[in-house]
Design a binder for this molecule. Structure first.
Ligand SMILES: Cc1cc2nc3c(=O)[nH]c(=O)nc-3n(C[C@H](O)[C@H](O)[C@H](O)COP(=O)(O)OP(=O)(O)OC[C@H]3O[C@@H](n4cnc5c(N)ncnc54)[C@H](O)[C@@H]3O)c2cc1C
Length: 396
């Protein structure tokens, strides 16, 4: 007789692997399906915000960490502006193939069954369960967790119209010369001024640099040229390229965008849970995985309880990040000198940002200090209520 799994998780990225681990630890029979053969490359800067480790229950990731960043170097179109240093690590540097594989192994060690090279091909409702067609046969589940990333098909199959693509990102891994590795040791470059918004980054890895640009999808076609120009300003045009890959990032911009239906939940990038200020999504992927696992394990009005948790714990942060992002990018393209000097000399802003990255605070808490908790909540709700189509053009 065919087994009915308590939960089938689709996708072996940080969201899927973390959810599978938590579910298995909670005693649920869990199957994780990943379409690619693991370990697999994922276009990503590989900057894991320090707060992610708290969400991973303090997991020791030193086996797959390539160091950390505690300094932000700000430039504008390659022209150095200033550096700011945090007293503690801001983000751990990883290569996603090794990091994700590590998380999947943790899930397997907790009792989840893992099948890689197994693409899900369709999902159909069958009574109170789901029938999931895969490249190697059918599986049946009481709950489905769609963690198949920004381009995954699960949301469409389940009829959960989720966030639309909002930015294009392009990633190049280069084997940089030793002097460049030394220059960027423990330091991330953030290159600003891109129109209408976006930034370039350098994240240092053990023997390589991860370099990329994120911008509006409308400007996605020019992103490769922008990245080439950025590489040239960094003096790395001749560096040997190890990987080049583009990938979209989606953003959930309103609580009206569904993340669940019935016993099916969307996690991480599949639900558009990424931050519009930094374009990071790993912490939100893990956070949503934790929420999804607890909703499934409680097994009571699963979609409603997961949605309420995402709306209450994650969406306010995404709204606040979006507000910060639009103000900052607008200022830095409209009044670059003023914006850069303000961000250079108002150290409070950096300390606040560092606290958020390290998990010692949140965007909302930091904004509350300035404008009070009431106005912060109202502003957040107003931003959330502005549906995508009602946003001013410069915000999209
Ligand atoms: C260029 C770029 C740079 C970025 N840099 C950073 C950064 O430095 N820090 C940060 O925090 N975030 C960064 N992000 C965002 C981050 O990569 C994502 O938010 C994160 O990967 C989301 O994790 P996830 O588990 O939701 O999805 P993913 O990591 O995308 O995993 C989804 C998985 O699902 C699998 N899958 C898809 N379809 C199927 C199917 N049909 N069947 C089975 N499996 C399937 C895929 O193969 C994949 O392994 C970056 C994104 C981009 C594009």
């Amino acid at each position: 007789m065919r087994q009915t799994w308590d939960a089938v998780v689709i996708g072996g990225g940080p969201a899927g692997a973390s959810a599978a681990r938590r579910l298995a630890e909670g005693g649920a029979s869990t199957l994780l399906l990943e379409k690619q053969t693991l370990p697999r490359y994922k276009a990503c800067g590989g900057g894991v915000p320090a707060r992610t480790l708290q969400l991973l229950d303090g997991l020791d990731i030193s086996a797959v960490s390539e160091g950390y960043v505690d300094t932000i170097d700000v430039s504008r179109f390659g022209q150095h502006q200033f550096r700011k240093r945090s007293e503690r690590p801001l983000a751990w540097m990883v290569m996603r193939d090794r990091f994700d594989q590590f998380l999947v192994e943790r899930a397997a060690a907790s009792g989840a069954q893992v099948r890689d090279a197994t693409a899900v091909q369709s999902i159909a409702r069958a009574g109170s369960c789901y029938e999931i067609e895969t490249a190697t046969g059918k599986v049946v589940a009481r709950h489905v967790l769609g963690a198949d990333g920004a381009t995954g098909p699960t949301a469409g199959w389940l009829g959960i119209a989720s966030a639309v693509t909002r930015s294009a990102a392009y990633e190049v891994e280069v084997a940089a010369p030793a002097r460049a590795l030394e220059h960027w040791r423990r330091t991330a470059n953030v290159d600003v001024g891109y129109r209408p918004w976006g930034y370039g980054w350098v994240f240092p890895k053990a023997g390589a640099l991860s370099i990329g640009v994120v911008t509006s999808p409308k400007h996605g076609r020019g992103i490769r040229k922008q990245t080439d120009r950025y590489l040239s300003r960094l003096g790395l045009s001749e560096a040997s390229v190890l990987q080049v890959r583009g990938h979209p990032i989606r953003y959930r911009r309103s609580t009206s965008e569904p993340v669940a239906a019935g016993r099916a939940l969307l996690l991480g990038d599949a639900a558009g849970l990424a931050d519009e200020f930094t374009a990071e999504g790993i912490a939100y992927a893990v956070h949503s995985a934790n929420l999804a696992a607890s909703a499934v394990l409680a097994d009571d009005r699963v979609a409603a309880s997961y949605t309420a948790m995402v709306d209450g714990e994650i969406q306010p942060e995404l709204d606040a990040a979006r507000l910060v992002s639009r103000l900052y990018y607008w200022c830095v393209t409209t009044w670059p000198w003023l914006a850069l000097r303000t961000s250079e000399y108002v150290n409070y802003l950096w300390r606040a940002f560092f606290r958020v990255m390290r998990g010692e605070s949140t965007y909302l808490a930091e904004m509350s200090r300035w404008i009070g908790p009431r106005l912060t909540v109202r502003l957040g709700a107003a931003v959330s209520e502005l549906g995508n189509e009602r946003l001013p053009r410069w915000m999209v």
